[in-house]
Design a protein around this ligand. Structure first.
Ligand SMILES: Cc1cc2nc3c(=O)[nH]c(=O)nc-3n(C[C@H](O)[C@H](O)[C@H](O)COP(=O)(O)OP(=O)(O)OC[C@H]3O[C@@H](n4cnc5c(N)ncnc54)[C@H](O)[C@@H]3O)c2cc1C
Length: 430
C-alpha cells in the first residue's frame, strides 16, 4: 500500500488525553474489528511525555495491573487527579478497564462535606442516602491514561501517530486533511477533535466559542495530613474561591489511616501567586487555617502547580466531517470535578451516533448525523456549566444578602431530601 493510501482513514481522532483515548478505544472495539473501518489517533506528545505531564512516576506507572503499590510520601502520587462519577466508572467497566486496572488505585469517597467558610451553611452528601457504596472515586490521571493506552495498544484496528502535533487542518467536501508538524499528511472522512482546552482544530476550523477567564488560578498539590480523611471529599467555599480536599488511597494502611489528599485550591490570581511563592512551612499553615484544621496539621506537601481557570463553550460542536469532544468543546471550573466526566459522556454518545448511522446506512460524517451528537450533549454540558457558574458566583460574593441566602439555601437543601438526592444524582452522572 502506498504511503498516501495508508494514511487515509474513516475517522481520525486528534488528541490522546483521557477523552481522546476513550473515544479511540470505544470506536476501535465497536467498529474496528472488521478491519474495513479505518481508524487513527494523533497525539502531539509521545506516550512517555504524556505520562510525565500527567505526573506519573515511571515505577508507579508500571505497576497498574498489580495490587496498589504502597505510597510512601506525597511524591508517590501523580499531581493531577480526577474525581470520576459513577457514570464514568460504568463506562470504564464496559471497556473492561475498571476492575483490574483502575479500581485498585482509585479511592472511593463515601461522603462529601461542603460548607461555607463565611457562615453556618453546610451540606453533607452520603452514598448511603442513595443506596450506593460510593459517591465517586478519586483517581490519578496517569492511572487512567495508562489503562487506556495499554488497552488501545492491543487493538490492531487503529493506527497511532504520536509525538508530532497537527499543525494544519484543511476541510474538503468528503475528506479532511491534517498535516503534522513533520509534513506527514493524514486524511479522514471524520475528524474528532479531542485536543483539549486550547484545541488547535477548533481554532483552525473557526468554531465560535464563548470564553471568559475566571481570573482565578487553581493550585494543585498532594498533602499528608495529621488525621485520616476517612474516605470523605471535602469542599470549603471561601470568599476567595473553593478549596477541595480529595481523598487518595494509601496502599499500605488500613481504613482508619488514610492520610493523603489531593488539594485543588482556586483563588484570584494575586492570592494564588502569594500561595505559590510561600515556603513549605508557611503554605502548610495557610492551608490548615483555610481548611479550618479539619484534618489536623498539614505535615507534608508536594510541588505546587497552578492552572489558570477559564470557562469555554463552543457555540456549536459539529461541522460537516468534524466534531469537538471533551475540553475542546467545553472547559468548566474544576469545583465539582466534572470536566473529564462530561468529556467521557461526549465520547460515549458520539460513538453510539456513529454506530447507529452505519447500521442505518447513513453517511456517518454528515452534519445531519453529527448534529444528533450535539443535540444529546450540548444541553447537558451547558446545564452542568450553568450549575458550576451559579456555585462559583454565589459563593464568591461577600454581599450580606447573598451570604444569608446561601447559608439558608445550603441548610435547606441539606434537609430537603428529594432536592438533595436529585442534586447528588446529577453531579454523580446518574
Ligand atoms: C486543577 C484541575 C482539576 C480538575 N479536576 C477534575 C476532576 O476532579 N474531575 C474531572 O472530571 N475533571 C477535572 N478537571 C478537568 C479535566 O482535567 C479535563 O476536563 C480533562 O483533562 C480534559 O481531557 P481532554 O482529553 O479533553 O483534554 P486534554 O487532557 O487537554 O488532552 C488533550 C490532548 O490533545 C493533545 N493535543 C493538543 N494539541 C494537539 C495537536 N495540535 N495535535 C495533536 N495532539 C494535540 C495533547 O497532547 C493532549 O494529549 C480538572 C481540571 C483542572 C485544571
Amino acid at each position: 500500500m502506498s504511503k498516501e493510501n495508508s494514511n487515509k482513514f474513516d475517522v481520525v481522532i486528534v488528541g490522546g488525553g483521557m477523552v481522546g483515548l476513550t473515544m479511540a478505544l470505544l470506536l476501535a472495539r465497536d467498529l474496528g474489528q472488521d478491519k474495513v473501518f479505518k481508524l487513527a489517533l494523533v497525539d502531539g506528545q509521545k506516550k512517555g511525555q504524556k505520562k510525565e505531564q500527567a505526573g506519573g512516576e515511571k515505577d508507579e506507572l508500571n505497576t497498574v495491573k498489580k495490587p496498589q503499590a504502597t505510597k510512601v510520601n506525597v511524591n508517590s502520587f501523580s499531581p493531577r487527579v480526577s474525581a470520576l462519577t459513577l457514570a464514568s466508572q460504568a463506562l470504564f467497566d464496559s471497556l473492561d478497564l475498571w476492575r483490574d486496572q483502575i479500581a485498585p488505585q482509585a479511592c472511593p469517597y463515601e461522603d462529601m462535606y461542603v460548607w461555607d467558610a463565611e457562615g453556618t451553611g453546610n451540606i453533607n452528601f452520603s452514598a448511603l442516602d442513595i443506596q450506593q457504596l460510593a459517591l465517586g472515586h478519586i483517581v490519578e490521571n496517569s492511572v487512567i491514561i495508562k489503562a487506556l493506552d495499554e488497552a488501545l495498544g492491543q487493538q490492531v484496528a487503529i493506527k497511532q501517530f504520536e509525538g508530532v502535533p497537527v499543525s494544519r487542518y484543511q476541510a474538503q467536501r468528503d475528506n479532511h486533511i491534517l498535516t503534522l508538524a513533520d509534513g506527514t499528511e493524514i486524511h479522514g472522512k471524520l475528524i474528532i477533535a479531542a485536543d483539549g482546552a486550547n484545541s488547535f482544530i477548533r481554532q483552525a476550523a473557526e468554531f465560535d466559542v464563548k470564553a471568559w477567564s475566571y481570573e482565578h488560578q487553581a493550585i494543585v498539590t498532594t498533602v499528608r495530613t495529621e488525621l485520616s480523611h476517612n474516605f470523605t471529599a471535602s469542599q470549603c467555599f471561601l470568599t476567595s474561591g473553593p478549596l477541595a480536599f480529595l481523598p487518595l488511597l494509601d496502599g499500605a494502611s488500613g481504613r482508619e489511616a488514610q492520610f493523603y489528599s489531593s488539594i485543588v485550591w482556586s483563588c484570584e490570581s494575586e492570592k494564588a501567586q502569594r500561595l505559590m511563592d510561600m515556603d513549605q512551612a508557611t503554605f502548610h499553615v495557610a492551608l490548615q487555617e483555610a481548611f479550618e484544621s479539619r484534618l489536623g496539621a498539614i505535615q507534608e506537601s508536594s510541588k505546587r502547580i497552578a492552572f489558570p481557570l477559564w470557562q469555554r463553550h463552543a457555540t456549536s460542536y459539529v461541522k460537516p466531517g468534524l466534531a469537538l469532544i471533551g475540553d475542546a468543546a467545553h472547559t468548566v471550573h474544576p469545583l465539582a470535578g466534572q470536566g473529564v466526566n462530561l468529556g467521557l459522556l461526549d465520547a460515549e454518545c458520539l460513538c453510539k451516533v456513529i454506530r447507529q448511522a452505519l447500521d442505518k446506512g447513513e453517511g456517518f460524517s454528515s452534519e445531519q448525523v453529527l448534529s444528533r451528537y450535539q443535540r444529546q450533549r450540548k444541553g447537558h454540558n451547558l446545564s452542568m456549566m450553568t450549575l458550576m457558574e451559579a456555585f462559583k458566583r454565589g459563593f464568591g460574593s461577600d454581599d450580606l444578602m447573598l451570604r444569608w441566602m446561601r447559608n439558608v439555601g445550603l441548610t435547606f437543601v441539606d434537609k430537603a431530601r428529594p432536592i438533595k438526592h436529585q442534586l447528588m444524582k446529577k453531579v454523580m452522572g446518574l
